[in-house]
Design a protein around this ligand. Structure first.
Ligand SMILES: Cc1ncc(COP(=O)(O)O)c(C=O)c1O
Length: 367
């Protein structure tokens, strides 16, 4: 697809005429939950075939007006990202691995036949929005500003072909800890009826359609009394892939850890990559290898498998307490969060919050 032709990646500010009063904002930030409190502005850019990216701005957050024949509404040509801005102990604000999200956004765009957003434009949109909205980062434990960059196909046209027009936006949401109480252990339902992604499909892209297709399995998990769903591979229906919105790791009694290898059916999580790096830096052996549900159950029974956890930007690192499946349930370790899980979580969070040195140069301090 065509690359953005706009060399200037800056997002000039068009401020809102009606900013949220400070006392109302303080009220909302006291207990923001996740994904419900939004800031006053958003980043926006338009793409037109033949013209490239244009009309970049940090603009007042407002509703979109689209034609009922808008392409995204019918053919789901849509991709998104998720990352956070953190408040540092000195009152500053910083981003974590934004360029990795920018590159993943490009990969998703390629798979969905959408135009490439230059990495610098993606990064600059996040920087400019965060700097403008920094007062919206909750000063509570685990508080951060969750950024949601996304791109939608906006051509008015009924027909299955790539759109000739797109809108890129970044909205920001003030969030607390994803799970109340930090990192409680979750139970997961291994879906043997539904798969998330097939080879050659869109599993490695962060496109809305993947999530729409996962909802029925997540609903099944809830019906089974579980918190989350874990998907098996679509070919053999044997190997663990990932959760609906998180990658998964296994911890063994010899101190080594393993995670399913990346493929075109698994989203390449930036948390996953960061944890692999942090674990190896601590001398932990990390294997990227296929692991079956049956092996997991057997290893949990013998005690070879001692911990398991899920990871992603929203919830960081979440211990898994038990697995439920049609073929039998099993508990992980004692059912309580394990030592390796907690240590990796704390190491990552400390870097993200600016409470520990950043040896891998993941953090960009904005202010
Ligand atoms: C399907 C899926 N897997 C894994 C992840 C974790 O990715 P990251 O660590 O980049 O947030 C996400 C989202 O955040 C996801 O949606």
């Amino acid at each position: 697809m065509a690359h953005g032709m706009n060399a200037d990646a800056s997002f000039p500010l068009r401020p809102t005429a009606s900013p949220t009063p400070a006392d109302v904002r303080a009220d909302r930030l006291a207990n923001p939950g996740f994904g419900r409190v939004f800031t006053d502005h958003m980043a926006i850019a338009h793409y037109t075939e033949g013209r490239g990216w244009h009309d970049l701005a940090i603009a007042p957050r407002q509703a979109l007006t689209v034609d009922p024949a808008c392409a995204v509404l019918h053919y789901a040509q849509e991709i998104f990202e998720g990352l956070k801005a953190y408040r540092t102990p000195d009152g500053g604000v910083q981003l974590f691995r934004t360029e990795a999200n920018a590159r993943r956004f490009q990969k998703s765009a390629e798979r969905l036949a959408m135009p490439q957003l230059p990495v610098e434009m993606f990064v600059e949109s996040c920087r400019a929005l965060v700097l403008n909205e920094r007062d919206w980062i909750p000063e509570i434990d685990g508080g951060s500003l969750y950024l949601r960059p996304f791109m939608i196909a906006t051509e008015t046209f009924l027909g299955v072909k790539p759109s000739s027009e797109y809108i890129y936006m970044v909205i920001a949401s003030s969030v607390g800890a994803y799970f109340k109480g930090g990192a409680p252990a979750v139970s997961i339902w291994a879906s043997e009826n539904y798969t998330r992604a097939a080879p050659g499909g869109t599993g490695a892209a962060k496109c809305g359609g993947n999530y729409a297709a996962s909802l029925i399995a997540q609903a099944e998990a809830i019906r089974q009394g579980c918190d989350q769903v874990v998907f098996l591979d679509a070919v053999e229906r044997k190997y663990i892939e990932e959760l609906g919105g998180m990658n998964v790791f296994f911890v063994f009694d010899d101190g080594s850890i393993a995670t399913p290898p990346l493929s075109d059916t698994i989203l390449a999580g930036i948390t996953r990559d960061s944890l692999i790096t942090l674990a190896r830096a601590r001398g932990i052996e990390v294997r990227e290898e296929r692991y079956s549900l049956d092996q997991w159950r057997a290893d949990a029974a013998t005690g070879r498998l001692v911990e398991a956890f899920a990871c992603g930007t929203a919830a960081v690192v979440t211990p898994i307490s038990m697995v439920k499946a049609r073929s039998g349930d099993f508990q992980i370790g004692s059912g309580a969060p394990g030592q390796v899980t907690i240590a990796l979580r704390e190491a990552l969070v400390a870097i993200q919050n600016g409470r520990a040195p950043d040896p891998h140069h993941w953090v960009e301090k904005l202010a």
